[in-house]
Design a protein. Sequence first.
Length: 580
Amino acid sequence: MRTLAVDLGTSNTVAALRIGSSEPRLLRLSGEQTLSSAVWLDRNGQLVVGRDAERQARLDAARFEPTPKLRVGEGQVLLGNQAVPVVNLLAALLGQVLAEARREGGEPDQFVLTHPAAWGKSRRDVLMEATRLAGVRCPVRLMPEPVAAAGRFVTLPDVRLQPGQALAVLDVGGGTTDVAVVKQGPGGWEVLADGGTDIGGRDLDFELLRHLRTGDPLWTELERPATPAARRVARTLAEDVRAAKEALSRYAHTDIPMPPPLPDAHLTRGEFETLVRPLLTKVVDVLSEVLGRARPGPLAGVFLVGGCTRVPLLASLVTERTGLQPIVLESPECTVALGALAEARQPPPSQETTVVQRRPWTPPQPIQPPPPPPVPPVAPKKNWLPVAVIGLVVVAVATLVVVLTAQSGGETPTGNGSTTAVPAAPDSAAADRRKLFGADEELLRLAVPAIDNADRCVNAKGSLTDKYSSRTQVQCTMVNGNKELIIEFMSGDSRTSCNKAVEDIDFKSQKSGTWTGNGRSGRWKDITFTPVDLPGQTVPGVYYETDAGTACAVLNPSAEATSVTGAGLHEFWAKSAQPH
């Protein structure tokens, strides 16, 4: 029996193989323990993966996707001038892993693929299709990542999980953080609660890079490299910064080589921890929030998973918050893959195992972009909210830009759980505006009838301006008399997206209530806030969200409509924007 387990991560992919009763071992992928999850499209339409993709990106970053796992909910990505299905990118990665597994141990008899606990059926279906395209010819089992981590935890020496005890899994990778509390029930591991945030190792790299920045004009070229030579220099600096971060997990200080004529930098662990403490504190905040929802009773422990958990400060912060000394292994990035092998020995839940049809594999090919919907090409209006105006000032190397999307696809109804159909669009123009929401029905239910009464709408989500791990962002302009109003819709796969936006807006709540409509229910608040570009001035707004907190919207006057009152804005919202 040859079992292959793959942890397809946001930044890196890890695979482990067990043949018969032998000890599990990690596959060497392109000569390394981990395979970069990056994908690059060459000019012949072939997909290149891993470090080779990162090297090619130095020459043409437009053909590069550093984190395809984060794009699963989008269907397609634009690489160069070609739209490529995301499932093809995942299949290219899995195909590389499968080829190495066949070389070392022959054709697998079982294929285990892990995924975030919050992923819904649509995203899991993408994974199953990716295994088919990659040429997997054996039964495939999908396994939640925290369940795989728990499977690894119980194999550790001197670990005993007592009846009734739960395990907290804190997985901090290169681009995201996932938290889950799991407990063993009669049918296997159960996820009691989960959550996450868009904080990962790349954010720590960015803080370190920002610390190193000086006023030297060379930094402008490093942040926006315009030539192949400049991109190579920027890429080398990014790699040196990441290496320095990793070195400070082992040593008290390190040196960072800088491109000439910049002087080399010296950094201590204390300085680094001061830089990243606010980010890691937010990570531990998520852990506390998930533990609060799970109410697990006695914990067997906190298991740290993912490469970024090597940072010693994280373990210290977890101990301060929970009173428990967390457990972190020597190679935390390999925990999920090895745990999936261990857990695969247990009988799987029937819904997680599928036999892949024995169909021949054809290499993933890019497709031509579909024609755009007939929406006028209007640029987003200037909005006071940071959702559309705050971007990341980061080194413009493609592998440092993480496009953050969320996880579950929004298939589960929220609010009262109704499956009431969304009212039909009143005309073709409204139908065209609805196309901006794609398959995000949850957000569309929040947006109707505002989207139908809008004057125009645009996609407000971008790779550099989205800092909220949002699934969808749409901005619309509405007209009330001769006053122009802006309404912005946003969704995510957890409360994190909307909560972050609320924190940035820093609004003051005036009064609140509840709404019900389109098969959902939620809360509204009349608010006031200070525009980011008009300090000292206060404007009104209406913020509303679903009960689940995964879809939200803000209605506020445009920059030119400063005379709109809070009462008038709420009256307009209740008549023209509130779901009915």
